[in-house]
Write a protein that binds this ligand. Structure first.
Ligand code: FMN
Length: 271
């Protein structure tokens, strides 16, 4: 199996599939994994496989597969971050099996997906993803879409991460043992590739902030950028642990001065 760095760097959104159904073995592995995803908030995420034909699921940007996975979670504080973390674990696991995914929050007939997930009154389905084997060539629509949102690009390290305060960009050299886990955050997927994750490294702690993009306040009670933050926490946590770092998750706002577009999310202390 590829190591985590390769999984993260080789993952890309897959919207064009080759039409083959998942093998029974791959499906079983995914189902088993879905039972054991975790997140630092301890909020349960329930996954379900869904057939597009059976439930009338439509996603105009996806071709070549009929299989989808959705996740549901209770509408409680930090549910978006928890969901982002847990669903990204599944995305990376699928990648390790050669199965493509793309996070879907908007470009689908959401009501049909939500009905298929059989949501309880206090539950939501923040996102879903198709599952299948990537086609060797992307559809024209997918390649146009990737170009439009510059999906292959990421902001530079120094624009995302800071040293002690938001006034001082953090260089990779200065980041030392944190450079790799932070770089793995850089390669995370995010809604419309907005990359809202920011982090300040201070006194052996990494404080994560959300830099809200204009007009991304969350529609229909769904906060895609908080989901992005959960994905970032997942990449950081997995990569740091793989490097042997001992982490402690906490929510203790360090009250680092920041502008109003920024919001504190969570902290990893490095022991
Ligand atoms: C929370 C979230 C929601 C997303 N929603 C959609 C969507 O509705 N439709 C879509 O085609 N891609 C969606 N994406 C995929 C992003 O556009 C993609 O991750 C980003 O452009 C970076 O490209 P990459 O995943 O290939 O690295 C979403 C991603 C995230 C994290």
């Amino acid at each position: 199996m590829e190591n985590l760095k390769e999984l993260i760097k080789n993952r890309r959104s897959v919207r064009t599939y080759d039409g083959r159904e998942l093998t029974a073995e791959d499906k079983e592995k995914l189902l088993a994994f879905m039972e054991k995803t975790e997140n630092p908030y301890g909020i349960n995420v329930a996954f379900k496989l869904m057939d597009a034909g059976e439930h009338g699921l439509k996603c105009p940007v996806v071709v070549g597969t009929e299989l989808y996975v959705g996740g549901k979670i209770k509408r409680v504080p930090f549910a978006f971050e928890a969901f982002g973390y847990a669903f990204e674990m599944l995305v990376l696991y699928a990648q390790s099996l050669g199965i493509g995914t793309v996070w879907l929050g908007g470009t689908m007939n959401r009501q049909a997906y939500e009905a298929a997930m059989e949501l309880g009154d206090d539950e939501m389905m923040p996102c879903a993803s198709p599952l299948g084997y990537p086609a060797s060539k992307m559809s024209w629509r997918e390649s146009m879409m990737r170009k439009a949102i510059k999906a292959d690009e990421r902001l530079p390290f120094e624009a995302l991460f800071f040293d002690g305060s938001f006034d001082t960009p953090l260089t990779e050299e200065k980041a030392g043992k944190l450079a790799h886990p932070l770089d793995m955050v850089r390669w995370a997927p995010s809604a419309v590739n907005k990359q809202p994750w920011r982090a300040v490294v201070k006194d052996n702690a990494v404080h994560f902030y959300l830099k809200r993009a204009k007009g991304f306040g969350g529609h229909e009670g769904l906060d895609m950028q908080k989901i992005d933050m959960g994905i970032a926490l997942c990449h950081f946590d997995l990569a740091a642990r793989e490097c042997g770092l001992k982490l402690r998750f906490s929510q203790e706002d360090p009250e680092i001065p920041h502008d109003e577009s920024m919001q504190y999310i969570a902290t990893y202390r490095v022991d």
